[in-house]
Design a protein around this ligand. Sequence first.
Ligand SMILES: NC(=O)C1=CN([C@@H]2O[C@H](COP(=O)(O)OP(=O)(O)OC[C@H]3O[C@@H](n4cnc5c(N)ncnc54)[C@H](OP(=O)(O)O)[C@@H]3O)[C@@H](O)[C@H]2O)C=CC1
Ligand SMILES: Nc1nc(O)c(N)c(N[C@@H]2O[C@H](COP(=O)(O)O)[C@@H](O)[C@H]2O)n1
Length: 245
Amino acid sequence: MDAEIDSLLEDISAYLPSDQRKRKVYVTITYAQSIDGRVAGRRGERTKISGPASSKMTHFLRAKHDAILVGNNTLVIDDPGLNCRYPGCKSSPTPILLDSLFSWGASEKEWNILKNARLGVGQPPYLFTLNTVNLELEPFKQRKTAIEEVGGKVLQLPDMKWPTILSALEDNGIESLMIEGGATVIGSSLEANISDAIIVTIGSNYLGISGVEAAPTAKVALKNVKWASIGDDCILCARQVAAED
Ligand SMILES: NC(=O)C1=CN([C@@H]2O[C@H](COP(=O)(O)OP(=O)(O)OC[C@H]3O[C@@H](n4cnc5c(N)ncnc54)[C@H](OP(=O)(O)O)[C@@H]3O)[C@@H](O)[C@H]2O)C=CC1
Ligand SMILES: Nc1nc(O)c(N)c(N[C@@H]2O[C@H](COP(=O)(O)O)[C@@H](O)[C@H]2O)n1
């Protein structure tokens, strides 16, 4: 398996953040889907799609980015760790959590992201919410405290549009971001055409029509397409065609 992974990592190297960035924050959209384009078997469910080798690639990607972003449904449904578990990885990406109304009950249980930060095996998260949320009021005050207690931050934005999010990341010293999901976040980031690279794992299964689709509302064209196979999965590396192309 190691030789196969080494060859895959060489294939994806051209799609990784580098010093010759076009944009200020290098954005990689990366997720795993079934053959029928689903990222979960059902709404409200966390579904394993990637095999061991493609999961290892995902952790390699986590090692190569400053930050990793998910939407609030993924946060609640998956309770993800979002740290880097690639062998020898020295620093995990900063979790970026999108939550307009600060609905995430950060103080209500021991979430994996907060636990990882507390234990020093993950970075403290930044939660992005709207500036109309009054952080002096409960339950937001307690939620903010739970995030700050592990070294995280709550950042308030005028809107949750991608240019606003990217500019806030840049202001906070983030130079590269991997957008991991879920379905709505993937769709909206593709629609906004903000990525520098797209790396998708296609698992060797069908999840069926009750599965959760990750798709933009309109067509998206890709260029510089490269396919690799790893274990039982395929990896698509590509760039999105820009409006001016
Ligand atoms: N296979 C894979 O690789 C992955 C699968 N998943 C799966 O995806 C599913 C969850 O997906 P889904 O329910 O669509 O939810 P998401 O995790 O995509 O969260 C969507 C929510 O994020 C908030 N949000 C804030 N800003 C934005 C923005 N700019 N663009 C988009 N959303 C924004 C919105 O809520 P609000 O208005 O309240 O802010 C929105 O409803 C789960 O089943 C999870 O397991 C998740 C990640 C990866
Ligand atoms: N690459 C990939 N393959 C799958 O099969 C998946 N289900 C996901 N999900 C994403 O990974 C997050 C879990 O991260 P931790 O292992 O808890 O660190 C999950 O929330 C999705 O974003 N990804």
